[in-house]
Design a protein around this ligand. Structure first.
Ligand code: FES
Length: 395
């Protein structure tokens, strides 16, 4: 479905932001238009920048189409396959060694890349709610604001809104925002519940006909320093390609990567190659780079902090924490039956101290975004190994 997109000002921002964006988009041939009001949101007094001819489609139907096309063209798809070490022309998967001339790592954040990419992109957690609204009250469109210019995060967290068909009588308004660096919500002294409440208040002000919050969830996005994805040859290897730094635009980047990486493998020139190159260095973002790297280094100092709880006896069912035990940092989780599970709390990627994410019930790494279930199973790279289990009774 073709729909318009509207970018409007965050209260902390000024009209110059929209004017600069307008000029930049016109310079690259996107026919944006400055409007005096924000269509669909009378609460916002304008101005806004209209992006015509944006696309909205169902991501699962799109993926189904892709799968069918891969199979029709002779490809094969294996699920439940844990990709481990990549070494030359081999990749280890479920204890098998698979040989390939070219390998594409499209797993949100690349494995097999020790430092290069992990100092150019940073993990952030974003929150989303959805609420029902009677059908026909709002036009299908995308809305997003220019972000909090006073935020301590380099990403200037912003609100993003879209409308999704729900049933014959209702649409769902999906609204996200309230982002923070992974594992560091406490730096703004706001927990996940408060962030969801903020989102609900924000949407209620702008869309008064919304019903109660129907669904809520959070997710992790990788934010590249210069806000453009990394798609191309992995800087550390000759025959490995990566797709990462999606900044919440994974469907768009995935589609670009399908075109760009197949051109690179087939040695065809592609005008986007330099733009998305994982090797690029953007000197305009040096101060943001230093800010993020010092934040990362600061995470290692967390080893010195005292336990989040003094004893696991304090741990409720379905809760987790990081505690000190015999000079070790231990990640503990008490399951719904009351059983205690304990793991080494040091991230197997490059040794940062993990944090408990109570909203998602996972252990998250604040350095490069590896994530582990409450039972220690890795679910997000760059780490490829599970957490090491530790035998403990209540401490
Ligand atoms: S993800 Fe790199 S140290 Fe944890």
């Amino acid at each position: 479905m073709e729909i318009p997109g509207y970018l409007f000002l965050h209260p902390t921002d000024t009209i110059e932001s929209l004017q600069n964006e307008h000029t930049a988009t016109l310079n690259v041939g996107i026919k944006t238009e400055l409007l005096n009001e924000v269509p669909g949101i009378p609460y916002e007094k304008g101005p806004c920048l209209k992006f015509p001819s944006q696309g909205q489609f169902h991501p699962m139907k799109y993926l189904q189409g892709l799968c069918k096309s891969i199979l029709l063209n002779g490809g094969q798809i294996y699920t439940e396959s844990h990709a481990g070490k990549i070494d030359g022309n081999y990749i280890e998967i479920n204890n098998f060694k698979i040989k390939a001339n070219q390998i594409v790592v499209a797993t949100n954040t690349p494995i097999n890349n020790l430092f290069t990419i992990h100092t150019k992109q940073f993990p952030y957690r974003t929150y989303v709610i959805s609420q029902k609204i009677p059908k026909g009250r709002l036009p299908y469109a995308l809305w997003w604001d220019t972000g909090d210019q006073h935020s301590e995060w380099i990403t200037h967290p912003y609100h993003y809104v879209r409308l999704q068909h729900f049933d014959d009588n209702y649409d769902l308004l999906i609204c996200g925002g309230e982002d923070h660096k992974t594992g560091q919500p406490e730096r703004e002294k706001k927990d996940a519940d408060e962030r969801y409440i903020n989102l609900a208040n924000w949407t209620k002000q702008r869309f008064p006909e919304l019903e109660d919050v129907q669904f809520r969830w959070s997710g992790q996005v990788m934010e590249p320093l210069d806000f453009l994805g990394f798609i191309g040859k992995n800087p550390d290897s000759a025959n490995v390609y990566i797709v990462t730094g999606d900044s919440g635009n994974g469907i768009t980047h995935g589609t670009i990567a399908g075109i760009l990486i197949s051109d690179l493998i087939n040695e065809k020139s592609n005008p986007w190659a330099d733009l998305y190159s994982p090797n690029r260095i953007n000197m305009k973002v040096v101060s943001d780079y230093l800010h993020e790297v010092s934040n990362m280094v600061f995470q290692y100092a967390d080893y010195l902090h005292k336990s989040e709880i003094s004893s696991t006896i304090e741990l409720d069912f379905n809760k987790g924490a990081i505690i000190n035990h015999n000079a070790l940092k231990v990640a503990v989780y008490r399951d719904l039956s009351g059983q205690l599970h304990a793991f080494n709390a040091i991230c197997p990627h490059l040794g940062c101290l993990l944090k408990w994410n109570d909203d998602e019930k996972t252990f998250d790494c604040p350095c490069h975004g590896s994530r582990f279930t409450n039972l220690g199973v890795v679910i997000n790279g760059p780490a490829i190994d599970d957490l090491k289990q530790i035998e403990v009774r209540d401490l």
